[in-house]
Design a protein around this ligand. Sequence first.
Ligand code: ADP
Ligand code: MG
Length: 380
Amino acid sequence: MTLTTPILPPARLGILGGGQLGRMFTVAAKTMGYQVVVLDPDPLAPAAEFADEHLCAAFTDAEALAKLAQCAAVTTEFENVNADAMRQLAQHTVVSPSGDCVAIAQNRIHEKAWIRKAGLQTAPYQVIESAADISEASAEFLPGILKTATMGYDGKGQIRVKTVAELQAAFAEHNGVACVLEKMVDLRAEISVIVCRLNNEQALCFDPAENQHIDGILAYSIVPARLPQALQQQAQTMAKRLADELDYVGVLAVEMFVTGDDSVLVVNEMAPRPHNSGHHTLNACVTDQFQQQVRLMCGLTPGNTALLSPCTMANILGDVWGDDGSEPNWLNLQQQASSHLHLYGKKSARKGRKMGHFTTLADNADAALQAAQALHGSLK
Ligand code: ADP
Ligand code: MG
């Protein structure tokens, strides 16, 4: 269904997935006066604490989907949902982003094809769907990373390869599932741009975030990115162009690499939802990315994306909990006047699990990063 007039409170909004992104969406929607229904098979789903209704069922459960279909609008918090379920829901209610866009974002092969179709650059890559696709010609993309086409996140599903023999072994290690072999690019920085798009005329970007990863997981997002203004502008133009090409409705995160001496921007991947690198918007922007998700799914114009202060967002992983499950030392962080702690209410702190984040505001990006690093160090 398409929207003719905006959806207003206290309408019921549905979301597929109740992890931390679903939780922050739920808080935003509730604050704005909407009711929220969350579908998530996990009885301890982080969003359930705040939702009006938690449908604790599989994402393909017909009964649960029928209940979601009664919502005024439905969105998603992650890309690995069944895109067909979203297309079915769209016959009964307003769904954003579309199942088609989600299907593209969940498969690196489609994703890269669309990025190029939008006239944007990717790293050089080869699609490898069977062992027969690997040949001496593959050497052109080495050294490279063999990434599974689907279900990759936080560096999972990736094997680095230097030779054709290693590539063959890596493909076998991925059990022969469809993959993309991506040439290693000369990474100078990683950034992400979050686009909030209702239609061609109404689309706004947040300032690019500069992202630092540790062990393949986002550790810090620094905003504004410490890059020339012209490059930042170019990144926003590129992200918008991709959203336009997809006729995207909602919040779209576009990850990019700044490469080589001449700072060429290549698009890495996209996420059809709010993104970890946009969590700083909760405390440092006029409108946060979850409010944007609510607004856009309801057919409302995107809110002002202006940055109010330089800041750094730091992820808090389960690693900072004690081996006996004891809490981190929150005191320093909680006593710091310019930092904001967000915890996701997850019951068990496993290593590598995203348990929360905090955002530190400062006079400039360098100072914010330094303060955030020191505070992060004080947790353990
Ligand atoms: P994920 O879905 O796990 O986020 P990404 O494709 O974003 O997968 O890769 C994870 C990280 O690996 C990136 O943030 C980047 O640091 C590194 N990486 C990925 N592809 C390349 C590449 N072609 N060249 C250099 N580094 C890369
Ligand atoms: Mg990534």
